[in-house]
Each structure stands twice: as C-alpha cells, then as structure tokens.
Design a protein around this ligand. Structure first.
Ligand code: GDP
Length: 299
C-alpha cells in the first residue's frame, strides 16, 4: 500500500491539497460544492463521476461545517464503491493449456512491459509461460519482447519484422498447446498504417487463435497509459470497436498526476481492471485494489 501511495503521490497531493484548500473552515454550500466538482474534473475523474460524488456529499452534509479529512474519507468511500466492481485480477483457468491472453493497446502504452511483468509474475508462481512477439510491425517491439523473455525465463515465439502477425499467433498457440503451457501472452501491433488495417489485423489474429483453440483468446487485455488522462477513455472506445475487450491494465501510475482517470473509466465502461503499472521494472506491478487506490487517490 505504501508503494502504491508513493506512486500516486502527485495525484493524491493534487486532490488532497485541493480538498484542504476548499474545505478549511468552510460550510458545504453551493459554491464549495462547485469548487469541489471542478477539482474532481481537473483530477480526471470525469464530469459524470464528479457530479455524482459531489451530489452524494451534499445529500448528508449540505450547509454543514465539514473539515477536509471528513470530505476525503467520504470521497474515498464513494470512489472505492465505484472501483470495487472493476477491481478484478486476471483469472487463469488451470485446465486451459494454454490460457491465451491477447494484449492490445497503442504504441508506448506499456504493452510489452506489461507482458514482461505478467510473465515474471506467473513464472514465479511456477506456471509455464510462453510469449509471442505479435507486434511484427516494429523490429524494436520484437527485440524488447525477447529481452523480457530472457529476463523472465520464458520462451518467445518471434518472426522477422513484417511477418504475418496472424501466422505468428497461430504458430504460438500451436507451440503452447504442444508444450502444455499454462499461459500464452501475445503482443500485438499498436499502430499500422491506418485504423482499418489495425482492425483487420487484430481481428485476423483473434480469428486465427480461435481456429486453433476454440475458446481462445480467453482474455483480450487493453493496456492504457494513465498519463494520457481522458485520452485513455477514447482509446477504450476505439479498441472496443476493434476487438472483444475483456479487461484493462493501466500503466504509468508512478509518475502521473492522472490516477483519477481510473475512476472515470470504471464508471463509464465497467471493464475489469486487472492490475496497475507503477514503474518500468518487472516488480513494478500491483493488483488493483479499490479501497487502497481510492485512499491513495484522495490523499
Ligand atoms: P508498448 O509500445 O505499448 O509495447 O510500450 P512499452 O512496453 O515499450 O513501454 C513504453 C515505455 O513506457 C517504455 O519506456 C517503458 O519502460 C515505459 N513503461 C511501461 N510501463 C510503465 C509504468 O508502469 N511506469 C513507467 N514509469 N513507465 C512505464
């Protein structure tokens, strides 16, 4: 918890100080509520959520003297309530050999790093994990995944730059099946020449995987960079149209003042948030827990 808290320092000091600024020796009147709503919007919680949170606070406390701590606690409780239903770890079915997880997201969001972190995590639990360098569009992405494979001790299925991504995914699933692996993590391209091409590629990859393993992919996880703020919401909308998203991982919550975006996306999409990234290393990965996150966010 303390490491998450440290990671969210900027978010929480922004919100926490803001709340202190508004509510020191102050009644919860209309003006104060308006300021609070604005503060929550600035902190990326989104207009709908900000309105809901302030309305809820007003319900029991309107025209009463409140102190910042009381406001923080009330908000943390309500925010935890919004986050609770989406805080769900990635669940693997031990009878799936392999569980196939397709990892999607725009370039730079932290896809490859997240795959490396997941690989490390599950290897340490003794699972047999295989990686597939499905972002065949960028040579650097292939190289980076190979490095994560070495680091985590997981074999990597990789082709040459420009190779067919669906063909590579096919081969990876076949290999994972033959080896009886527990988990296959497939990286994908974040950007091709245009959106139509990206859609065609991701859909083809998913289709080919299903052909080899009818229940797969078991998870399609979108990786989002928290520092992009509200843009993360747009990305969910876009990727939802391209593939059948089943969950999210939100990265870069260490250096960011944008933790609030998680509340907005929980409210808007209700997609499970499996984990959060709080740094570049294999260890910088945390389960997403509603109460801790809410408390860390409001300071
Ligand atoms: P991809 O293009 O989506 O595969 O993104 P990468 O995994 O290559 O990550 C892009 C950059 O973000 C790299 O420099 C990573 O080290 C960095 N990165 C990824 N996750 C995190 C995180 O949780 N925190 C921080 N600070 N950096 C991250």
């Amino acid at each position: 918890f303390s490491r998450l808290k440290a990671g969210l320092t900027r978010s929480s000091s922004k919100l926490g100080d803001g709340i202190a600024g508004i509510f020191t020796k102050r009644k919860l009147d209309d003006a104060a509520l308006e300021e609070l709503e604005e503060l929550l919007i600035t902190a990326d919680l989104g207009v709908t959520t900000a309105t809901k949170l302030t309305a809820n606070l007003a319900k029991t406390r309107f025209d009463k003297e409140v102190d910042p701590q009381e406001v923080r606690e009330a908000l943390a409780g309500d925010i935890a309530g919004i986050l609770e239903p989406v805080a769900r770890p990635l669940t693997l079915d031990p009878s799936n050999k392999p569980n196939v997880v397709l990892v999607v997201g725009v370039n730079g969001s932290g896809k490859t790093t997240t795959i490396g972190k997941l690989a490390t995590h599950y290897r340490r639990q003794g699972l047999s994990v295989r990686l597939a360098a499905g972002d065949t569009f960028r040579a650097a992405a292939i190289e980076q995944l190979k490095i994560w494979g070495e680091r985590s001790g997981c074999p990597v299925v990789a082709g040459k730059q420009g190779a067919d991504a669906a063909g590579l995914a096919f081969e990876a699933v076949e290999q994972a099946k033959a080896a009886g692996d527990d988990l296959l993590l497939i990286d994908t391209a974040g950007r091709l020449h245009n959106r139509a091409e990206l859609m065609a590629e991701l859909q083809k990859v998913a289709r080919v995987i299903t052909k080899v393993e009818p229940a797969a992919p078991h998870h399609v996880v979108l990786v989002l960079d928290a520092t992009t703020g509200q843009n993360a919401l747009t990305q969910i909308g876009t990727f939802k149209e391209l593939v059948n998203l089943t969950g999210l991982v939100v990265t870069k919550l260490d250096g960011s003042a944008r933790g609030g975006v998680l509340v907005a996306l929980a409210e808007k999409f209700g997609l499970p948030v499996h984990a959060i990234g709080v740094g570049e290393g294999a260890e910088d990965f945390r389960p997403f827990t509603a109460k801790d996150f809410a408390r860390a966010l409001v300071g």
